[in-house]
Design a protein around this ligand. Structure first.
Ligand SMILES: Nc1ncnc2c1ncn2[C@@H]1O[C@H](COP(=O)(O)OP(=O)(O)OP(=O)(O)O)[C@@H](O)[C@H]1O
Ligand SMILES: [Mg+2]
Length: 245
């Protein structure tokens, strides 16, 4: 399958707040791309624009699948899920009073996903065996790490081709961050899932990323073609690697 996401000169905001100011970025099939930025720089806004949860003011979000281009700025969030784009939102957004299994089922709410429910549930449990054991536990009673696994597994239930993961490391201990990042890498390697991951944790993100972007105040200030290029960048050194400003 040939898939590519192209974001072109995107502007979005909330009233007077300009959250994205001319963002241009692309993700190609099979890649893991990191969107790096510290608090409040527009990472979640960009993820939400792709998922159809925030409407951009101008600019393009185009998903091309097997030669057919889809303008995501004109589609509903549900239609974007149907195209195979799944968002793992910041803060997990699980239903705490529902069980693990019920939360997973809610990830398969679209008709196309319901058809593949058994296959996707097997895939989710194969990927996260602990969730199978815990399937009748209430989501809200699970540990932070387990909840993040569940949030990712729920996204897998919609048969995604492009996975958008918004700050998977938030609120997790260093060990769990490391395990979660490794799992995301595994999804990319084993299932060929294309991944766009927003992160503040530079060192963890670059473990699995092929390349990355740095976003500052709603603008892409670095677009690096490789992880080595990212590491060597002066802005990256200043922001993340303890260099002198
Ligand atoms: N619903 C909203 N209403 C008003 N302003 C918002 C809203 N959501 C985000 N913003 C503002 O937009 C800007 C970008 O926020 P965004 O959540 O996209 O950043 P972020 O990079 O994801 O930050 P974090 O790392 O803290 O999650 C910030 O100035 C934020 O305060
Ligand atoms: Mg965010």
């Amino acid at each position: 399958m040939v898939l590519s996401l192209a974001i072109n000169d995107l502007y979005a905001g909330y009233g007077a707040v300009k959250a994205l100011r001319g963002v241009t970025l692309n993700v190609e099939a099979g890649e893991t791309v990191a969107l790096l930025g510290t608090n409040g720089n527009g990472k979640s806004t960009l993820m939400k624009c792709i998922a159809g949860l925030v409407r951009p003011q101008r600019g393009g979000v185009s998903l091309t699948i097997d030669g057919n281009a889809h303008d995501l700025t004109r589609l509903s969030a549900e239609a974007i899920v149907d195209l195979g784009v799944a968002l793992v939102p910041e803060g997990r957004r699980l239903f705490p009073k529902l069980t693990v299994l019920e939360n997973l089922m809610l990830g398969a709410f679209r008709r196309a996903a319901r058809r593949d429910l058994d296959r996707n549930l097997t895939l989710a449990f194969d990927t996260f065996p602990a969730l199978k054991e815990l399937q009748n536990q209430l989501a809200g009673t699970m540990s932070g790490g387990q909840q993040q696994m569940l949030a990712i597994a729920r996204a897998l239930m919609s048969s995604p081709r492009l996975l958008l993961i918004d700050e998977p490391s938030v609120g997790l201990s260093p060990l769990l961050v490391s395990q979660t990042i490794a799992k995301i890498g595994e999804l990319n390697q084993r299932f060929g899932l294309t991944v766009l991951m927003a992160e503040q944790n530079f060192n963890q993100a670059i473990r699995i990323a092929d390349r990355g972007y740095i976003i500052v105040h709603g603008e892409i200030v670095v677009a690096a073609g490789s992880v080595d290029e990212l590491r060597g960048n002066d802005i990256v050194k200043r922001l993340y690697l303890g260099g002198i400003a």
